[in-house]
Design a protein around this ligand. Structure first.
Ligand code: TYM
Length: 335
């Protein structure tokens, strides 16, 4: 397929209120691509239903996630912003790719293992084949680059394997995508347990800083973050909590470890935690006020969704009809 621009694709699940992990690991980097890239950013509602969702909440969060994309600086005139279920080609390509994905490959996905442990009463087939839907999302747009946090690395690797396998049978079908993982912020850990990823579905509110948390809540959550019995701001064995806070601070300010150590030498954890809270609240304040304005304007958000879905569908259809032809489906007769 002729492409005059590099294609970027990424998505976020509207499965909870987004965290600074989502922001620093993913959304903030969505804005980093120059204009010679065509960027698609999708609210992946179909992924969200792999765990049980309240329908009204899911709808609300879908609007909110789109509003957050825009509030974080994604201009709908320059990026294709859309909702996954509005472009039915994703689910259709997913089925075809399911038939080119091995049971063994999916069984090795660590996120499947984690999520099935957490949702033992609902280990549905969608949870298992979820990475294939993600591969379909990416491959449908002939994507070159996929900006994501570290936890999605294995899924991107699988998307590459599926693309290469498919291309091996039907040459020239898909661009083989690459992950684009930020140098800092790619893996923000829970503030309550620094061995666990910060996750939007964490039940412990103190473990998670949300993009929309009020200033005083952000500051309080950082103050309560688990550290260790020492007081020196540096990385080291048994200092995972401090290491995580250094990651957050570095991602927010662009400072190196050395600079951070120097800044807080002899000052203790209390000062360090207070400084992170202040910086984080400052960085998020403009996003929050933009969000509040946007989320109140449902009509506008719906117009963005429509425009985005129309653009996405046009390109998705081109890939899908190629795939359909390659695997041997007859093109439907239309009048
Ligand atoms: P999701 O919704 O869990 O997370 C959205 C993005 O945020 C990143 N992220 C983090 N980064 C750093 N530290 C953290 N603690 C943290 N938590 C989350 C994720 O890596 C992700 O980039 N399967 C995907 C959504 C998806 C997708 C796609 C992504 C569906 N189709 C196609 C890219 C391309 C997911 O569940 O992300």
């Amino acid at each position: 397929m002729f492409k005059d621009k590099k294609i970027v694709f990424s998505g976020v699940q509207p499965s909870g209120t987004l965290t600074i992990g989502n922001y620093l690991g993913a959304i903030r980097n969505f804005t980093a691509f120059p204009e010679d890239h065509h960027c698609y950013y999708c609210v992946v509602d179909e992924h969200a239903i792999t765990v049980r969702q309240d329908p009204a909440e899911l709808r609300r969060r879908t609007y909110e996630t789109l509003a957050l994309y825009i509030a974080c600086g994604l201009d709908p005139e320059k990026n294709t912003l859309f909702v996954q279920s509005h472009v039915t080609e994703h689910a259709e390509l997913c089925w075809i790719l399911d038939c080119y994905t091995m049971f063994g490959e999916l069984s090795r996905m660590t996120q499947f293992k984690d999520k099935s442990a957490k949702n033992a009463d609902n280990i549905n087939a969608g949870l298992f084949t979820y990475p294939v839907l993600m591969a379909a999302d990416i491959l449908l747009y002939q994507t070159d680059l996929v900006p994501v946090g570290n936890d999605q690395k294995q899924h991107i690797e699988l998307a590459r394997n599926i693309a290469e396998r498919f291309n091996g049978i039907y040459p020239g079908t898909f661009t083989v995508p690459e992950g684009f993982i930020p140098q800092s912020g790619a893996r923000i850990m829970s503030l309550a347990d620094p061995t666990k990823k910060m996750s939007k579905s964490d039940e412990n509110e103190n473990a998670v800083v949300r993009i929309l948390d009020p200033r005083d809540v952000i500051i309080r959550k950082f103050k309560r973050a688990v550290t260790d019995s020492g007081s020196e701001v540096r990385r080291g064995e048994g200092k995972e909590g401090v290491g995580n806070l250094m990651n957050v601070y570095s991602a927010l300010t662009g400072k190196t470890d050395e600079e951070i150590e120097k800044e807080f030498a002899g000052r203790g954890y209390g000062d360090f935690k207070a400084a992170i809270g202040e910086v984080c609240a400052d960085v998020l304040a403009p996003v929050q006020s933009e969000f509040t304005r946007l989320v109140a304007d449902k009509k506008y958000l719906e117009s963005v969704m429509k425009k985005g879905a129309d653009e996405a569908r046009y390109n998705a259809c081109r890939t899908l009809s190629k795939v359909r032809r390659k695997v041997g489906f007859i093109e439907p007769v239309r009048d």
